[in-house]
Design a protein around this ligand. Structure first.
Ligand code: FAD
Length: 96
């Protein structure tokens, strides 16, 4: 889980760095959004699993984090749309 968080953080920082340098592509930002939001789903799901039944109780914060994480794959561009953007960007002829 910590490794997944680190990987997502670095992917986002990589896109931000490219943006600062004026070299950021649509695929770079879509990869960051796709990976980070899919990661938060996996990590919160694992957190629920770690706590067993208690993880799903409303008096624990984990259930709320898991539920809130779900929307991240939908708003600001769904995962499917991010994949579409990445795919199109990768096959698009490069302008040199
Ligand atoms: C809690 C919440 C808050 C929101 N807040 C805002 C807000 O403040 N401002 C705002 O503008 N919007 C907001 N939205 C809307 C959000 O941006 C949309 O829900 C999101 O863009 C997805 O659009 P949709 O719900 O119409 O799904 P649809 O476009 O109907 O898509 C349904 C499914 O089909 C898939 N799909 C659609 N087209 C394709 C395609 N071409 N290829 C492959 N798969 C495809 C989608 O990925 C999705 O899985 C919010 C949504 C939620 C749930």
């Amino acid at each position: 889980m910590a490794t997944e968080l680190r990987a997502a953080e670095l992917t986002v920082l990589h896109a931000a760095c490219l943006l600062d340098q004026g070299r950021c592509t649509r695929a770079d930002t879509s990869m960051a959004k796709l990976f980070a939001t899919e990661m938060v789903g996996r990590v919160t799901d694992q957190a629920v699993q770690n706590f067993g039944g208690m993880g799903l109780m409303e008096d624990m914060p984990i259930e709320r984090l898991w539920r809130d994480a779900r929307v991240e794959r939908i708003w600001e561009g769904t995962s499917e749309i991010q994949r579409d953007i990445i795919g199109r960007d990768l096959v698009r002829p490069r302008e040199h």
